[in-house]
Design a binder for this molecule. Structure first.
Ligand SMILES: Cc1cc2nc3c(=O)[nH]c(=O)nc-3n(C[C@H](O)[C@H](O)[C@H](O)COP(=O)(O)O)c2cc1C
Ligand SMILES: C=C(O[C@@H]1CC(C(=O)O)=C[C@@H](OP(=O)(O)O)[C@H]1O)C(=O)O
Length: 403
């Protein structure tokens, strides 16, 4: 079983991430984690904070000489903006008068679509600062650092992940666009939209620029693909063991994600059954699926074909052309507070989605195969695949890379 936790406020001194349950012997390179943190910060439409804030990465435990120890891994990501916020976010009491201006001024005009108002109600605060600090997607840097470690483990098992942007507002990649593979990742990372279709990528830039000019924000859809999974991850036997359910929770937990699709998702609901499923046929005597409409999951279990999931992000709530709200200090109608913010964070959300899928896959792999060391997990997977009877083997099972 894998357990992960994050802590940290957006303008606090640092983010903390803990991962417990990763087997020993997994290669963990600081540069790989840094590269993923950099991918998350990039992306067309991000606000000014992404340009000046650095992610200061430290690993405090669980890793020795570039390899996991099997003990809890503790990661620290320093917020380099902290000195400017020291007083506002101090753990020690600060005189209210010292906070009454500038950054410390009470945020009493909650933003519709953010956690501000309901958070104030629930946690009994009279301003939004204590809520937005933790609701903020700054926290996703911690998830991406954990995701980089998860991806390293998956990569040792021959499993590769790709995330890419499918749409930005109404601008969408062509339906027949070929799916990107891990070999294409460098090209995706070079594109600030993380979009595989250059013409669509350009149109997405125009969409973001247009929104920026009119003081607005944009949402969109990202897709995560996982290549090389064995069949049988997750289970049909209990609601909380279904792989699709776990992935949906993992993706839906990302700030501003409001929709999740597995495989063809909602499109499947518009088809008749005869055109909705992945038929089986024999190819060189081996069972083969003739399509991948299900997104690689049947009955809550991975089928061993390509895993394909999508997450839909709503437009950023901090709309520069501020939305109508109520000033809870005066009880009067007002416009929502707004300083700087992202116009779109869809490409960044793709990187976060990839991290959440990676963490979920490590969890279900350890649930099925266990292993206190990487070697033990590998042996367990190989033994399982070897023991699937020839008559049940599927052509697309990923045993080649796992052997
Ligand atoms: C990578 C990323 C960056 C985000 N940047 C912003 C932002 O700059 N401004 C904002 O209002 N919301 C931003 N959000 C979304 C808010 O964090 C989110 O809407 C808020 O926490 C409320 O949660 P909910 O939308 O899931 O209800 C971002 C989300 C992600 C994933
Ligand atoms: C800091 C990050 O994202 C932040 C997420 C966020 C929000 O409301 O979610 C609001 C913005 O922060 P601020 O209000 O300070 O400008 C983003 O910059 C990050 O991703 O590292």
């Amino acid at each position: 079983m894998l357990r992960v936790l994050t802590a940290g406020e957006s303008h606090g001194p640092e983010l903390i991430a803990i991962m417990e349950g990763l087997p020993a012997g997994v290669p963990i390179a600081m540069d790989t984690i840094r590269a993923d943190l950099a991918r998350r910060k990039l992306g067309y439409g991000r606000g000014s904070r992404m340009k000046f804030e650095e992610d200061e990465l430290t690993i405090s435990s669980g890793v020795r000489h570039g390899s996991s120890l099997g003990s809890p891994i503790a990661i620290r990501i320093g917020n380099t903006e902290w000195p400017k916020w020291r007083e506002v976010m101090s753990a020690e009491p600060v005189e209210a008068t010292d906070l009454s201006r500038g950054r410390g001024a009470a945020l009493t005009r909650p933003r519709p679509g953010h956690a501000d108002l309901v958070g104030m109600q629930k946690y009994d605060f009279d301003e939004a600062r204590p809520i937005l600090e933790r609701a903020s997607a700054r926290e996703t840097a911690a998830r991406v650092a954990l995701g980089a470690i998860a991806r390293s483990f998956l990569s040792e098992l021959g499993i590769g992940l790709v995330s890419h942007t499918l749409s930005m507002g109404p601008v969408r990649v062509p339906e027949d666009m070929p799916l990107p593979t891990p070999a294409d990742v460098a090209a995706l990372d070079a594109d600030l939209l993380r979009c595989f279709d250059p013409a669509t990528s350009e149109a997405m830039v125009v969409e973001v620029d247009d929104a920026r000019k009119s003081g607005d924000t944009v949402g969109g859809i990202v897709e995560v693909l996982a290549y090389g999974l064995p069949p049988g991850l997750g289970s049909h036997v209990q609601w909380d063991r279904r792989l699709d359910a776990k992935l949906a929770q993992a993706l839906m937990s990302i700030q501003a994600i409001k929709a999740v699709e597995v495989g063809d998702g909602f499109e499947t609901t518009r088809r008749r059954g005869s055109a909705a499923h992945d038929e089986l046929h024999l190819s060189d005597g081996t069972i083969t699926r003739s399509s991948d409409r299900a997104g690689g999951i049947e009955g809550g279990m991975s089928t061993g074909t390509l895993l394909r999931v999508r997450a839909g992000m709503k437009p950023i709530a901090t709309v520069p052309h501020a939305l109508r709200t109520i000033d809870v200090a005066t009880g009067e109608e007002a416009t929502a507070h707004h300083q700087r913010s992202d116009i779109s964070a869809v490409p960044a959300a793709g990187v976060v989605a990839e991290a959440m899928v990676a963490i979920t896959l490590v969890d279900v792999i350890l649930e099925k195969f266990g292993g206190d060391s990487l070697g033990e997990t590998r042996r367990n997977i190989a033994s399982y695949l070897d023991h699937i009877p020839e008559t049940l083997k599927t052509a697309d099972a990923s045993d080649a890379s796992l052997a």
